[in-house]
Design a protein around this ligand. Structure first.
Ligand SMILES: [Zn+2]
Length: 241
């Protein structure tokens, strides 16, 4: 390699072996908007070998306050294609597979199959719940995040730990469209990217069973312990006891 990763290989938590792990990894990022822009950028820069980009939307002018992978000249283009093109410029050694469609019950199994980690970067709650169920069903680690105004959260989800439905999110209503500021999406997306990389590197210090909440107005982070609900339908639907 051309020295591109020298500075992160210096990290004892990565080294040459960790770098090889990243290069052999497959990460699926659902949504390439406000959260997806930082997540995809940092995964590509870090050298994650295969990145799947899933987004059925096209770029509109109201995306540009936060979705920095897209610019004025991309308006009207498919977001997955626009993002894939920018990522190829950032790091041509990374393979990017663009899926210009929304994740659905029907296609989720096929699109997510073989992923080492999934990052959920969609905005609407229904789409996040679908991603959560699909990852539990496929037993794929999921890095889940959301923002609304100055607030954001990140958590990692597995079959062993709480998911959004354990927390009752399926009974909530999210506003549509969701108020969103680029800087807050950036904070949360960077945290999400770091969690994805830690999972790929086999780190144990994860946000499993813990939700990290960010209040950008007060500039406060809180870590909240969260418990798996034994009656959770999402967990039970994947054949768990
Ligand atoms: Zn659950």
């Amino acid at each position: 390699m051309d020295g591109r990763y020298d500075r992160q290989i210096l990290m004892p938590q990565i080294g040459k072996e960790g770098q090889r792990k990243l290069e052999q990894s497959v990460v699926t990022v659902i949504g390439c908007g406000g959260l997806g822009s930082p997540v995809l950028t940092y995964l590509a820069q870090a050298g994650v070998g295969t990145i799947r980009v899933v987004d059925g939307d096209t770029v509109s002018v109201s995306n540009l306050n936060r979705q920095f992978l897209h610019g004025e000249s991309d308006i009207g283009r498919r977001k997955a294609d626009s993002a894939a093109e920018k990522l190829a410029r950032i790091n041509p050694h990374v393979r990017v597979d663009a899926h210009a469609c929304y994740l659905t019950e029907e296609n989720a199994g096929r699109i997510l199959a073989g992923s080492d980690v999934v990052a959920d970067c969609v905005d609407l709650l229904d789409a996040r719940l679908l991603a959560g169920r699909a990852c539990l069903s496929g037993d794929i680690p999921l890095v889940e995040a959301g923002i609304e105004g100055f607030y954001g959260y990140v958590l990692d989800i597995s079959r062993r730990t709480a998911c959004l439905e354990c927390l009752g999110y399926h009974r909530r209503k999210s506003p549509s469209p969701i108020p969103a500021l680029g800087a807050v999406a950036g904070v949360i997306g960077c945290l999400q990217a770091a969690e994805v990389l830690k999972i790929l590197l086999g780190r144990r210090e994860l946000l499993l069973g813990t939700m990290l909440q960010y209040d950008g107005l007060r500039c406060e982070f809180d870590k909240i312990e969260i418990e798996k609900d034994p009656r959770c339908r999402a967990h039970r639907s994947c054949g768990e006891e």
